[in-house]
Design a protein. Structure first.
Length: 157
């Protein structure tokens, strides 16, 4: 998430009217997170893949990466043709923003699933994430007011 955010932020200076050498430096800085992002993508893919499917999963990751690259290049080409190269930098910034949001939403979903699983484990119950866990034990609740028992309620099936 940090690398994607860095890439999006690093693309913004490319919108400035600078000379060729500064532009080359800015492109190098903006491109620096590309290799680590690829490494992270393949590592995440390997961890998520079922046993015996790692190679296929990595090929899908590679295919998706190349498809995204081709789509971004095509859109940027149209933007350059109709507007300008600087406007096409906006395509890259938009792509980084979309990737950042997708990653953030994925992390929120993963955290929610982990919390649900931890809650089920804390109750001593087994259940799938996202499904309610039934508690079948009888619970007795006593309402106490100033150390004096006023009422007793039984909760059960």
């Amino acid at each position: 998430m940090v690398l994607v955010g860095f890439m999006g932020v690093a693309l913004v200076p490319l919108l400035l009217p600078v000379g060729l050498w500064w532009l080359a430096v800015l492109f190098a800085v903006a491109g620096a997170p590309v290799a680590p992002l690829n490494a992270v993508a393949y590592e995440v893919t390997e961890r998520a893949a079922l046993a015996g499917t790692v190679t296929e999963a990595r090929m899908w990751t590679s295919t998706a990466t190349m498809a995204g690259n081709a789509l971004g290049t095509a859109v940027a080409g149209v933007v350059i043709e109709h507007w300008s190269a600087r406007a096409a930098v906006g395509v890259g910034i938009a792509g980084a923003l979309v990737a950042f949001v997708v990653d953030a939403v994925g992390r929120i979903g993963s955290a929610t699933e982990a919390a649900a699983a931890a809650g089920a484990d804390a109750l001593g119950q087994q259940g799938e994430v996202g499904h309610p866990v039934e508690i079948k034990d009888e619970v007795r609740v006593k309402v106490v007011d100033h150390a004096e028992i006023k009422d007793s309620v039984e909760v059960g099936d």
